[in-house]
Design a protein around this ligand. Structure first.
Ligand code: SF4
Length: 672
């Protein structure tokens, strides 16, 4: 006789985990038997794990183990209220709880495919909301009313084929079915292996408790392919089975069958030749590891949260007062609209929320955005403080010593001395106004911010000035406007900066007052002579923008020409006559009159407008010699000629007055 043991026989990951957790926490009670195997339950009993049928039978305050099937939300919360709960819900089952709960929060219908009375199915329904129902087979699926949409999940131990059969019918009745194959991988493997083994065996022994759904399901599958299939609870039932030496015997066991049970079966079979997976070998670590990995993955998808933690969640639903948010945790979060800071939030949006409470007593995670918004605002404010950036705040209240502002909700104080560049007597004028401020002190712990408007104004003025100074260049010729006149010159605005044109630089002449050259408001061209930004000084020259009269003196005042000029200065040796601004000529004392004079003033006075004859122009030495006498002589000759013409009489012997040009002083160069 050959015997072959299914590799996946015996405890599944979830059952094994539940037993380990229970044993670790013994003495404890379990709500219902931890596994569907009477022998195993008795064994646990002996190790201090007592199964009770209902919560009312639990001793107050003791430890209670929730078995791998899990519980409904309200039952679990009730249990937690009075006991120390060791939650051994299989992670695969818990993943289904999360799925159906999220669907229920979105108002979606949930269909659970499985056995109505199975504790796992009851537990799932306890998370699935009021629009959930159970469908046991395709026939029940056909009786369902037509639906627009529904989430469809399965009991973890339902056969994959059975689930697909039901889904086929459901698809005909539901316009948008959302099918989630939640048949446990361990179950799928076990059933697939059972089917394959039963196909090649003469006899199939399915070891397990007849009360176990997954064991019964294995027997059903095996029966389909092997007529000699027997569901036995242990070795003692072998005596009822006629095994022939030539039979090949396949052996498998349900997920809740202790290993000892199927080992006993094998031991009692005589003449057994173990073909594959001998019983004295442990369950392969690969299988266990695979299951544990999968469970770890499921656990990994369930976010762990703590109060104060910021998480990103997806908006599931929006009611009048609240927003349901999927934060990837086993429970969805509730965000009151009064705690919502984001605007235009829609279902499906991802939002950042802060966990306020992991459980509000009703199984909800309490969320808020207020802390996040405040933290973000402080982060921004502190960053701006460090970078010296400006902030905008609104004046709220004038208080003693300054102004209280709101910086996006953060109280900010602006001392009176920091409100402007000058003294402010009416602080109230800033209430209700938007102010650009620079933070000069920030302390998140003390929630204190001190800011200055004055700093902003000063910096802006400095920036403007720097920009203007940057535009000014030495030797550049710019247009400016005369702003004011003083005795020593004219101040000219050259685009935001006032520069001085000294009186000597106003033109080529010798104005005694700037008003003789320019007037306030006049637009003039000036050359920048020097720049001194540190002392705010710009030196300008208007004269430098005008042509030098000496360069054209020879052409404009040819020798022998008679021009008009103004006596601007008298010296002992003569009078200086201004022909044009910047161009003075000397009338030597000997040339001041027709007759000899003792001093210049005898003939000329400052301010006199005189006609002079150009005797000489020396542009190199910048000297022009002029003569009043020559003009007078010419006029006299002309007058005489006219008299002769008129009277036909000439006094030929009349002696000319003697005149010498000797002077005691050398004529200096003109000062241009
Ligand atoms: S059969 Fe699967 S889902 Fe059920 S307890 Fe075992 S491992 Fe978990």
């Amino acid at each position: 006789m050959k015997a072959e043991l299914a590799q996946s026989a015996g405890y599944c990951f979830g059952v094994k985990r539940a037993i380990e957790l229970a044993e670790k926490n013994a003495p404890a009670c379990s709500l219902g038997p931890l596994i569907h195997n009477q022998d195993a339950v008795s064994e646990l009993e002996s190790r201090g794990i007592h199964a009770v049928e209902s919560a009312s039978a639990l001793p107050d305050g003791g430890k209670v183990v929730v078995r791998s099937h899990g519980l409904g939300q309200s039952e679990l919360e009730e249990l937690k209220a009075g006991h120390e709960v060791i939650d051994a819900t299989c992670p695969f089952v818990r993943a289904i709880h999360v799925m159906v709960q999220n669907a229920a929060r979105q108002g979606q219908s949930v269909i659970v495919c499985g056995q109505r009375e199975h504790p796992e199915v009851k537990g799932i329904l306890g998370w699935a909301g009021s629009k959930a129902c159970v469908v046991a087979d395709p026939e029940e699926a056909r009786r369902l009313p037509k639906m627009e949409s529904a989430l469809i999940v399965s009991q973890t131990t339902l056969g994959l084929n059975a689930f697909e059969d039901i889904c086929r019918e459901l698809k005909l009745r539901i316009a948008q079915p959302l099918i989630r194959t939640t048949v446990c991988d361990a179950t799928v493997k076990r059933q697939a292996e059972c089917e394959a083994l039963s196909r090649r065996s003469d006899v199939m022994l399915v070891v397990g408790d007849k009360a176990s759904a997954n064991t019964r399901r294995l027997a059903e599958i095996a029966k389909e392919h092997c007529k000699g299939t027997y569901l036995i609870s242990g070795a003692e039932e072998l005596k009822n089975i006629a095994l022939k030496p030539e039979d090949s015997v396949g052996i498998t066991a349900g997920a809740s069958t202790p290993r000892r049970k199927y080992e006993e079966v094998i031991a009692h079979m005589s003449d057994i030749e173990t073909k594959v997976n001998p019983v004295d070998e442990p369950i392969t670590p690969e299988v266990a590891t695979e299951e544990e990995d999968f469970a770890a993955q499921i656990e990994g998808t369930l976010v762990r949260i703590r109060p104060g933690q910021t998480v990103t969640g997806k908006v599931l639903q929006i009611t009048e007062d609240e927003i349901g948010v999927d934060i990837g945790y086993k429970m969805d979060g509730i965000l009151k609209k009064s705690d919502l800071c984001d605007t235009d939030v829609k279902v499906g949006d991802e939002i950042e929320v802060e966990v306020v409470k992991v459980n509000d007593g009703e199984g909800n995670v309490v969320l808020s955005q207020r802390g996040i918004a405040s933290r973000k605002l402080w982060d921004e404010v502190l960053a701006k403080f460090e970078n010296g950036e400006y902030v905008t705040a609104v004046g709220e209240q004038a208080v003693k010593g300054g102004l209280v502002c709101s910086l996006g909700g953060i109280r900010t104080f602006v001392p009176a001395s920091q409100l402007d560049t000058h003294y402010v007597s009416k602080i109230e004028q800033y209430v209700g106004k938007e102010l650009t401020l620079k933070i000069i002190e920030a302390d998140r712990a003390k929630k204190r911010i001190v800011a200055s408007r004055r700093a902003v104004l000063e910096e802006e003025a400095a920036a403007r000035k720097a920009e203007i100074w940057g535009r000014l260049e030495k030797d550049a010729i710019v247009t400016g406007v005369v702003r004011r006149l003083t005795d020593f010159g004219a101040f000219v605005d050259v685009g935001g900066v006032d520069g001085l044109v000294h009186i000597t630089n106003l033109n080529w002449g010798h104005p005694t007052h700037p008003s003789e050259a320019v007037s306030v408001g006049e637009e003039i061209q000036v050359k920048i002579l020097s720049l001194d930004p540190d002392n705010d000084r710009v030196s300008l020259s208007r004269k430098a923008t005008m042509p030098n009269p000496w360069t054209v003196a020879e052409a404009n005042y040819p020798v022998g020409s008679v021009v008009e000029g103004k006596v601007v200065r008298i010296t002992t040796f003569g009078a200086f006559v201004e022909l044009e601004p910047g161009l003075d000529g000397l009338v030597h004392i000997s040339q001041c009159a027709l007759t000899r004079i003792n001093k210049v003033e005898d003939a000329l006075n400052v301010g006199d407008i005189v006609r002079v004859k150009v005797l000489d122009v020396d542009t190199d030495k910048k000297r022009i010699s002029l003569s009043v006498r020559a003009v007078l002589e010419d006029e006299a000759v002309e007058g005489t000629d006219e008299a002769i013409d008129d009277e036909y009489a000439i006094e030929e012997d009349a002696p000319a007055e003697e005149y010498t040009e000797e002077t005691t002083e050398e004529a200096p160069e003109t000062e241009n």
